[in-house]
Design a protein around this ligand. Structure first.
Ligand SMILES: NC(=O)c1ccc[n+]([C@@H]2O[C@H](COP(=O)([O-])OP(=O)(O)OC[C@H]3O[C@@H](n4cnc5c(N)ncnc54)[C@H](O)[C@@H]3O)[C@@H](O)[C@H]2O)c1
Ligand SMILES: O=C(O)C[C@H](O)C(=O)O
Ligand SMILES: [Mn+2]
Length: 547
């Protein structure tokens, strides 16, 4: 039988002051709560007033996380009512502050699993213990080597896995008791953490090579064994591991890498939205990706698939890309190319001044891109000179500075609109205010994978997908890219976050339909819409049956 202390401390079951008199009697809670029985609505009003009394974003976050730790139903009910206000607090950008101060702020492990590379023999128990008998359908795992654009944050990065899952529930409606955030603690190369006597993770340099990959494999095997119906979402792994891990598992289990695929999808959807506005064809675009890492090359690959679907050969499609990294424009003979970069290199003979193409300004002058995507972690890299140069050669430059968090963005939306006299079609990684310029209010799409992964993941889970392939990824991009309202001047290239629950549902249906159409569902599904609707969790208290 559930005992009073355990139920009040169980965030999946706790109702606090909303336990009825009968429930209090049945559960041995009589006298352990004030006498008034509140409704969920009353609790929500009270909690929102408390939230509003907090003055800084971090204080607001701490309040919301406390509520989350105590009562998931109340937390998500409140988040439903204030989604646009809460997203930047529980997720990017404020999640970045909490990661930087994880040990200072630590109060509660938040039902995460802490997998240690030092004790691989404990991996299965770790997952089992953290799940605590819950029926896990969705796992978000990070090893935190590349947290947003902030680098290596060791065990602190667990907060990004928790934040991603909060967005999944708020946006798509995954039952919060069916999710598991996982930190793979492989050590850290962040000297500041290693020197901090209060650091909570494994205090040694990162384990690499075979020991690392064996631990990852042990984790995947245990995860699949314990939660055979789950989807596995990889987040913020380092550049040298992210693609390798994805390639190892993507044809065997339902899995995706959010930085590679989620970002590729939201950017393609944003480009499709932008081209709806400019009435141009994707086949006429020259795409410059600045920061050819995990996200940059994921984006290039997703756009590449689109160009090939439009009838281009692989060779023809490649001619549309210019990948730029620290070394400058990437050529066939550039040293230190990653496997993901190699297919997207150019020939030096294409340019008269190839040796000078080591900085963005020179490259933009030589290439005349029509689309410029920033995933470089280099703040302010899209300067006025560069943007004006780009805008000379295209009527509606598509410019997405996507590096997160706020302090790392390649440019602000406001500057981009002003420098191009309102012509740029812009999306940013974090939420941006409307930009008022020359009598037009420009709405700025949020080019963040958060617009994509909840619907994608939910659709895969609801359809019991065996795998995620190119067909499904493409279907989802078109579904989101097609939602843009192009009728108003200043229209955004992506649908607003305020509509995220609606479009996540649509995305989930499109994804589930694609899985079923390809016969990639594990269990029979008659009606895709019904499967998605049936899976959706809503924040309401259930009667507790304790017999
Ligand atoms: N908005 C989104 O949805 C979204 C999604 C994923 C990543 N991102 C952001 O994109 C950035 C990169 O993330 P990632 O996962 O690809 O990291 P990553 O480390 O894999 O890639 C970053 C790349 O930028 C390159 N770079 C560094 N300095 C540079 C310079 N001066 N000039 C050109 N290139 C330079 C690095 O060499 C690397 O290849 C982060 O800030 C992250 O927050 C945003
Ligand atoms: O976490 C985000 O806000 C988006 C993305 O996954 C990132 O790594 O920046
Ligand atoms: Mn990420």
């Amino acid at each position: 039988m559930l005992h009073n202390q355990s139920i009040l401390n169980n965030p999946f079951l706790n109702k606090g002051t909303a336990f009825t008199k009968q429930e209090r009697q049945k559960l041995g809670l009589t006298g352990t709560l004030p006498s008034q029985v509140q409704t969920l609505e009353q609790q929500t009003t009270q909690a929102y007033a408390q939230f509003q009394s907090k003055t800084t974003p971090l204080e607001k976050r701490i309040f919301l996380m406390t509520l989350f730790n105590e009562n998931r139903t109340l937390f998500y009910r409140l988040m439903d009512d204030h989604l646009v206000e809460f997203m930047p607090i529980v997720y990017d950008p404020v999640v970045a502050d909490s990661i930087e101060q994880y040990n200072e702020l630590f109060l509660n492990p938040q039902n995460a699993a802490f997998v240690s590379v030092d004790t691989p023999e404990d991996i299965e128990d770790t997952l089992r213990n953290a799940a605590g008998g819950r029926d896990i359908r969705l796992v978000v795992v990070t090893d935190s080597e590349g947290i947003l654009g902030m680098g290596d944050w060791g065990v602190n990065g667990v907060d990004i896995a928790i934040g991603k899952l909060m967005v999944y529930t708020a946006a798509a409606g995954i039952d919060p008791s069916q999710v598991l955030p996982v930190s793979i603690d492989a050590g850290t190369n962040n000297q500041k953490l290693l020197d901090d006597p209060l650091y909570l993770g494994n205090r040694h340099k990162r384990v690499t090579g075979d020991r690392y990959y064996e631990a990852i494999d042990k984790f995947v095997q245990a995860e699949q064994k314990l939660f055979p119906e789950s989807l596995l979402h990889w987040e913020d792994f380092g550049r040298s591991n992210a693609q390798v891990i994805l390639d190892k598992y993507k044809d065997k289990i339902a899995t995706f890498n959010d930085d590679i695929q989620g970002t590729g999808m939201v950017v393609l959807a944003g480009i499709l939205g932008a081209l709806n506005i400019s009435k141009e064809s994707i086949k006429d675009q020259k795409i410059l990706t600045f920061g050819a890492g995990t996200a940059g090359m994921g984006i290039a690959n997703q756009i590449m698939d689109e160009l090939m679907q439009e009838g281009l050969t692989e060779e023809e499609a490649k001619q549309h890309f210019y990948a730029v990294d620290k070394q400058g424009l990437l050529f066939e003979d550039t040293p230190d190319l990653t496997p993901a970069q190699k297919p997207f290199t150019r020939k030096r003979s294409e340019f008269t001044n190839a040796d000078e193409l080591t900085n963005l300004e020179a490259i933009v002058k030589a290439v005349h891109p029509t689309i410029m995507i920033g995933t470089s972690t280099q703040p302010g890299a899209f300067t006025e000179t560069i943007v004006k140069e780009m805008a000379k050669n295209t009527e509606r430059p598509i410019i997405f500075p996507l590096s997160n968090p706020t302090k790392l963005a390649e440019a602000t939306a406001e500057d981009l609109i002003k420098w191009t006299d309102g012509r740029a079609l812009v999306a940013t990684g974090i939420p941006a205010e409307d930009v008022d310029y020359n009598g037009v209010s420009y709405q700025i799409g949020q080019g963040n994978n958060a617009l994509m992964y909840p619907g994608l993941g939910f659709g895969l889970i609801a359809s019991t997908a065996k795998l995620l392939n190119k067909e499904t990824l493409s279907a989802a991009c078109h579904a989101l890219g097609g939602i843009v309202d192009t009728s108003k001047p200043g229209a955004a290239v992506l649908p607003p976050v305020s509509k995220i629950t609606e479009f996540s549902q649509k995305l989930a249906e499109v994804v589930a339909q694609s899985i079923v159409d390809q016969g990639l569902n594990k269990e029979p599904i008659q009606d895709v819409k019904k499967a998605v609707a049936d899976m959706k969790w809503t924040p309401e208290y259930q009667d507790i049956n304790n017999d």
